[in-house]
Ligand binder design. Sequence first.
Ligand code: UD1
Ligand code: UDP
Length: 366
Amino acid sequence: MEDKIIRIVTIVGARPQFIKAAVISRLIANEYSGAISEYCVHTGQHYDHNMSKVFFQELLIPEPDINLEVGSGSHGRQTGEMLYKIEEALLQQKPDWVMVYGDTNSTLAGALAASKLNIPVAHVEAGLRSFNRKMAEEQNRVLTDHLASLLFCPTGVARQNLEDEGIKAGVEVVGDVMYDASLFYRSMVAEQRSVPPDNFYLLTLHRAENTDYPERLTAIVEALNSLNNFKGVFPIHPRTRKALEREGLRLKAHIKVIEPVGFLEMLRLEEACEFIVTDSGGLQKEAYFFAKPCITLRDQTEWVETVEAGWNVIVGADKEKIVTAFNDIKSDNRSAHSPTFYGNGRAGAKIIEKIINIQGKSFKEN
Ligand code: UD1
Ligand code: UDP
């Protein structure tokens, strides 16, 4: 009984999840295949080549076992279609655990489908809070955390957030799998830098709270356009491309708009840039990992330690604050930086070992 292979179904669907799940999938395939088998369900939330397939090609992980091809839609339609399609996959696979990552609609659909079938859920990146319940991501992460049996927190702050909501059982602070990913894949690109260091800032922008509110999007574009002594590189999310077209907004030539890039190219850009301007959760941390100052185009952040450490400044969509933050950017405090908030690059291994441990115990009890 103790030798039984633990069957995990991993649910992914959106770009950052492919990167987070790659850390665990790679470890399972290379180091834990005798203990765990993984079946990967891609919901199809992201589907463009540069939003999905490129990650499976680059990150040394197997293609998903099934793609549910749910695609884009309103929150209810998208999450609902995922829910019943994931349920079908889980009924067929009968896993011991379902693993979900982060805070997207794919995360919530996976957690809900599993818990209604009484399959235990492990949530990676548990406990993050913006305390803004209007954000779809906040709704997704709160609900997922309350459904999960194992909650893998990147930081002590995340654990405290869970405790404040009465969640104590099954909580483990393991570090951040994104830090593991940055370390591992950065070593892969170290030898082949295609982007020379240069005076440019790296821009990403895709959050609904910016793209879906014309006054916010306009303020951001006007601020960036006015900062014409700063060169920008902007891998644009399809949501943002559509929003700019819809609003008739154009970025000026000092901001180079490019297609979304694969993770390896992103790491090269992060290494080469002077600073990062973003509304992405992942980019805020990667800025910190790479010791690059970060300007965050949101009204609050889940990654509060980067702000407390002085590496991240929150400016929302406020034109004046954006311009001031650009002019205040100092990249000369890099030597004071030490990436201690997010673990030691072994979050993935800790997660797997915890699951093996727990499963072993319940096998013994049975
Ligand atoms: C989702 C997550 C967000 C995460 C982001 C990562 C939710 C609620 N939001 O936001 O937390 O930060 O992924 O990138 O789950 N589109 C394409 N091609 C694609 C994917 C999307 O054209 O491959 C366009 C469609 O017009 C779609 C829009 O982008 O309607 C938004 O996509 P969706 O997956 O709903 O949300 P994201 O903004 O990507
Ligand atoms: N990313 C990427 N290519 C891009 C933009 C982002 O590989 O063109 C990576 C980025 O480095 C980070 C992750 O995707 O690891 C973050 O995803 P995103 O910003 O889409 O979502 P969020 O983190 O805000 O949920």
